[in-house]
Design a protein around this ligand. Sequence first.
Ligand SMILES: Nc1ncnc2c1ncn2[C@@H]1O[C@H](COP(=O)(O)OP(=O)(O)OP(=O)(O)O)[C@@H](O)[C@H]1O
Length: 230
Amino acid sequence: MPEPVLQCLGLGKEFNDGNRIIRVLQGVELTLNPGETLAIIGASGSGKSTLLNLLGGLDAPSEGQVLVSGRNVAAMRERERCLWRNRRLGFVYQFHHLLPEFTAAENVAMPLIIGGARRKNAMRMAADMLKRVGLDHRLTHRPGALSGGERQRVAIARALVTTPDCVLMDEPTGNLDPAASQQILSLIDALGQDSAAFIVVTHDPEIAARMHRTLELRDSGLYPPLHARS
Ligand SMILES: Nc1ncnc2c1ncn2[C@@H]1O[C@H](COP(=O)(O)OP(=O)(O)OP(=O)(O)O)[C@@H](O)[C@H]1O
């Protein structure tokens, strides 16, 4: 058996809003194998963003563990966690979070440069990656001069440029018109042929249908969807 890319063991998260404890996740179990693609669906407020934050090591669980390559993320020192996040994980958010003052190529090169790569090499790899997402004609454009779909493709290129083990996507088409969504869907399909594992949080049944597996977040846990997809 290959070692899982990511595992959750009895994962729980509660928030204290001052007056009361809000239990969002409880006893969440998940194993994601290399190259596996998973959609997570669930009603608004069911805890999808909370779960993604725990999986990405951006927040610490109240109980249980997130394991990456067998290591407990919460037990890592801050520096090690940052290095792991930079080198092994990619993030794609609903709103692209590109840096407005940098060009598309510079934005994509950023995680490589932060990870210690030489600028020239990083820019070459960024240009290659932008070509793969069909944006080789937009290398020197800043985000403000790109369409919404183009910006999201830059964000995907930035997530993949470090060849991560796992890419976490939060509503990658949530903010796009149907034509731009279709382009992102095709891109996700093409990238799904590569070796990175994906977890996509989505309301979009078309995206969920393209993943190997779909799980639904409800009653604080992850379960097979109640309503099977047509
Ligand atoms: N920092 C926090 N403090 C208190 N409560 C929080 C905090 N973060 C999230 N919550 C609560 O946890 C629950 C789950 O929120 P979360 O954002 O994870 O849901 P979601 O499934 O991503 O929702 P949506 O689909 O609307 O984005 C909500 O009831 C929310 O109010």
